[in-house]
Design a protein around this ligand. Structure first.
Ligand SMILES: O=C[C@H](O)[C@@H](O)CC(=O)C(=O)O
Ligand SMILES: [Zn+2]
Length: 275
């Protein structure tokens, strides 16, 4: 079964009036992984699709998705699938890909329907509009470019793994990777930034079931927080910071889409400017 829903783009003037449940309804996706379901959220922020697929008892197929208005969802889009379980298989464009944990599979425009299987697999899905065909590519953690950041004295020692990134491969809009915090480090993306030219989605993972991440969002001088659990995702509008602190160490998958694929094109926020 495939379920998809639409989320509208929220203006920051509206966002700052929202209470906890209103913020969560617009910006948190907490139902990505349901047995034998594909669950897609189509966001009007850069028309990113953020989803999950859990092929528990048999294969799942993604083909037509109402919100895209095309016969097959990748007719005018590209996608990246990440296996968060153990071994899993993805079939697309006449090829079959075996995926280990946290491998990322890039599928270009025109890949057609996608079949996902693996009783112990569950897949995180990101998609964005594309303007040309780029060949599919399986990117493993060995293929990723590592960027160490932060330090122990600021509780943010972490490694950025760039998977779908100009340093590794071409894409149309998607820039995507994973960040793992060192033991004892809890802060991600601090000092904070936003990027007016791209939207972003975070999926928190490797967080123990009884722990939380306090995710910070909002304009730099009007911040709000959401309490996030393991394997829940957050939509980050172009006007919003996106960072957080966990009650333990964790990792997260970040994915962006927008006007450029320049990872460094960010609007940094000075510590003293946060409110
Ligand atoms: O624009 C870049 C994204 O927000 C993330 O890659 C940031 C991140 O992983 C980190 O600082 O920990
Ligand atoms: Zn960012």
């Amino acid at each position: 079964m495939l379920k998809s829903n639409l989320r509208r783009a929220i203006d920051p003037r509206h966002a700052k009036t929202m209470n906890t449940s209103e913020l969560r309804a617009e910006f948190l996706i907490d139902d990505l992984f349901q047995d034998d379901e594909v669950c897609l959220t189509y966001s009007q922020y850069d028309r990113m699709i953020v989803g999950g697929a859990t092929p528990k008892t048999g294969p799942l197929v993604i083909d037509a998705v109402d919100q895209t208005g095309t016969p097959s969802w990748l007719d005018r889009r590209e996608a990246v699938l990440v296996n968060l379980g153990t071994s899993g298989t993805v079939e697309a464009g006449g090829s079959s890909y075996e995926m280990g944990r946290c491998d990322m599979l890039y599928l270009g425009m025109g890949s057609g329907s996608v079949t996902l299987s693996g009783a112990d697999a569950h897949f995180y899905i990101i998609s964005a509009p594309a303007h040309r065909e780029i060949p599919a590519r399986l990117v493993t953690i060995e293929d990723a470019v590592l960027v160490p950041l932060g330090g122990r004295d600021t509780s943010n020692e972490r490694i950025i793994y760039q998977f779908v990134h100009p340093a590794v491969m071409e894409s149309c809009q998607i820039v995507m990777g994973m960040t793992k915090l060192g033991t004892g480090s809890v802060w991600n993306t601090m000092p904070a930034h936003y990027h007016e030219r791209r939207s972003e989605a975070y999926l928190y993972l490797d967080l123990p079931e009884d722990q939380n991440v306090v995710h910070l969002m909002g304009e730099p001088d009007e911040t709000r927080h959401m309490i996030v659990r393991n394997e829940q995702a957050v939509l980050s509008p172009p006007w919003s910071i996106h960072c957080g602190a966990g009650t333990s160490s964790y990792a997260f998958i970040w994915a962006m889409a927008g006007d450029n694929v320049d990872y460094t094109d960010v609007d940094m926020v000075a510590m003293e400017d946060l409110r």
